[in-house]
Write a protein that binds this ligand. Structure first.
Ligand code: G4P
Length: 527
């Protein structure tokens, strides 16, 4: 039987961050192919017990119409277990993305070789930096004309303030692409050979070997030697500690579309990226090797069938060996829940999770008991931290077209808020509810889902507020005074926490000035 330390050391849980069109989807597909995820799903099919487990799940899925998009993809490669978490693709920065990144131990940043760092790359990178998530860089599309590799490295260093250390180097680019040189293994990977499904093995080839000239041509070989000398002189040598602390990024070059350099990337992630990391809680840091099981929910996905309200909670296991059926304490409610139907997500399949280890992501079907940020724990009543709600950047008043449906609308809005799509604020003076989102695009999503899933028509109109802040103080009297003097701009969030709705930055500054003892915060952790 695998021991807990062994299982932990074999897990790599990561996400891909990129600007739209840089090649995240293509790279994901190729990683899954490499990971043999498809064969793995096939292997699962062959095992009797697991076959039943899998088909049970599919029956549940059919019966209840649950549809879970590929938010998590797990696969095995080279004896390691990879969990790849998808980050939503649209351009609006979303809380969902942020929270997904709280559940990973490392990330791959994909850049288009012709474009370098783009706006969304930078935003996502900043989120990773908040938690010092180690980042591997993949410069994609080297089969097309791109920018000079030195120029790209320089841009990463300057705009992200991140040290870089190339571990592979392109030999030419675009039409002149001959291959990549593996700077750690001193191997050449030839591009010409990668037609069809055949992925060439690297050829051992020290740079000074004259055969290199025959392989890639004298000019390309000379350029490569010159480049590598420059790289070795200019870039810091690879320091795994600096990488794992989030200060240095190893860089790989390749083409996801042509499946070139992808295996080297995956092997790099396996070799360099950290296994599950210790996770902070309000009481102490939880080490993955602790025997007792604990973890947190970082995402909720609703069932797309309007007749059922089942949801899948995506749960990241942080410590201990999980066994199906296990009873865990739901710390927020204080209730004990048996986790009987957890599922793993394979590339094109899912199966009941009989056993899981730290770093693994399980989907837990539930009827709304589990919320984003919730902790399930076998040990003390601890709560994982760092999974906040963000102060919304856009606020709108809800307009209900049919007043008789107020109750249903409330339910719909509460459901969506629980999924983390939006935030809901109830003004203390009894006015119409206010919905807040981080990105404008989410309003379309909300209106659309309210109509299609709840058969309600609701609109959103301008609210006289620009932003919101959670207000904290131990001093009840002070809070009361604050509420009385701001009665038209105070509300409660869905947990009953006090929120100040500010008309603009001036009123926010004014409130802070008038009540200097109160804390106004732009994020809020789960209660
Ligand atoms: P995204 O998820 O980051 O948005 O990017 P996606 O993988 O969808 O890739 C965006 C476009 O870039 C696609 O082309 C894809 O084929 C192309 N692409 C991805 N990797 C490479 C690469 O290594 N080399 C080259 N030359 N192209 C690459 P598209 O025209 O938008 O779509 P499609 O018609 O090819 O599907």
């Amino acid at each position: 039987m695998t021991t807990l330390p062994e299982a932990v050391s074999l897990r790599r849980t990561f996400a891909i961050i990129s600007h739209p069109d840089a090649g995240k989807t293509t790279l994901t597909e190729k990683l899954l192919l490499f990971g043999g995820a498809i064969q793995m799903a096939g292997a699962v099919r062959a095992r009797g017990e697991q076959r039943r487990a899998r088909s049970d799940w599919m029956a549940i899925e059919r019966e209840r119409g649950i549809s879970v998009t590929a938010s998590v993809m797990s696969f095995e490669h080279g004896g390691l277990f990879f969990n790849l978490l998808d980050t939503p693709g649209h351009e609006d920065f979303s809380e969902d993305t942020y929270r997904t990144l709280t559940a990973v131990d490392s990330a791959v940043m994909v850049l288009d070789a012709a474009k370098g760092i783009e706006t969304q790359t930078r935003k996502l990178f900043e989120v990773c930096r908040l938690r010092d998530v180690p980042i591997v860089t993949f410069v994609n599309k080297v089969d097309r004309e791109g920018r000079d590799p030195f120029d790209l490295l320089d841009e990463i260093e300057k705009t992200l303030a991140l040290d870089v250390c190339p571990l592979t180097w392109p030999i030419g680019m675009g039409r002149d692409l001959k291959g990549v040189y593996d700077l750690t293994a001193d191997q050449v990977l030839l591009f010409e050979q990668t037609r069809g499904d055949h992925i060439p093995e690297g050829i051992d080839m020290p740079l000074e070997d004259p055969r290199l000239d025959d392989l890639v041509g004298a000019a390309a070989a000379a350029k490569l030697r010159e480049d590598v000398e420059l790289v070795r002189g200019a870039c810091p040598s690879f320091d795994i500690e600096a990488y794992r602390a989030g200060h240095l990024s190893p860089v790989f070059f390749g083409s996801a579309l042509r499946n070139f350099g992808v295996r080297e990337l995956l092997n790099g992630i396996g070799r360099l990226s950290p296994p599950p990391r210790p996770q902070p809680t309000d009481l102490r840091v939880v080490d993955p090797l602790e025997e007792k099981v604990a973890g947190f929910v970082f995402k909720i996905q609703a069932n797309m069938d309007p007749n059922h309200r089942d949801r899948i909670a995506f749960f990241r296991l942080c410590s201990g060996r999980f066994k199906r059926g296990m009873k865990l304490k739901h710390v927020r409610s204080g209730k004990v829940m048996a986790v009987v139907n957890p599922v793993f997500f394979l590339a094109r399949d899912r199966e009941l999770a009989e056993e899981a280890f730290p770093g693994d992501i399980m989907g837990i079907p539930n009827h709304g008991a589990l919320r984003i940020g919730d902790t399930l724990s076998e040990s003390e009543d601890l709560r994982f931290t760092g999974i906040p709600s963000f102060a919304p950047e856009v606020l709108r008043r809800v307009r209900l077209d049919d007043p008789l449906k107020a109750k249903q609308l409330r339910k719909a809005l509460e459901d969506l808020a629980e999924e983390g799509v939006s935030q809901l604020f109830k003004p203390l003076n009894g006015g119409s509810w206010i919905v807040g989102v981080v990105g404008m695009l989410q309003f379309d999503v909300i209106a659309n889902r309210i109509e299609s899933e709840y058969s309600l028509k609701a609109g959103f109109e301008d609210a006289p507020f620009e932003t919101a802040r959670w207000v904290h103080s131990e001093d009840k009297l002070l809070i009361k005074r604050f509420v009385e003097s701001n009665s038209s701009s105070v509300a409660e969030d869905r947990d009953g926490a006090l929120v100040f709705l500010a008309r603009n930055s001036w009123t926010l500054g004014r409130a802070q000035q008038d009540f200097p003892e109160l804390r106004f915060s732009a994020t809020r952790e789960q209660p």
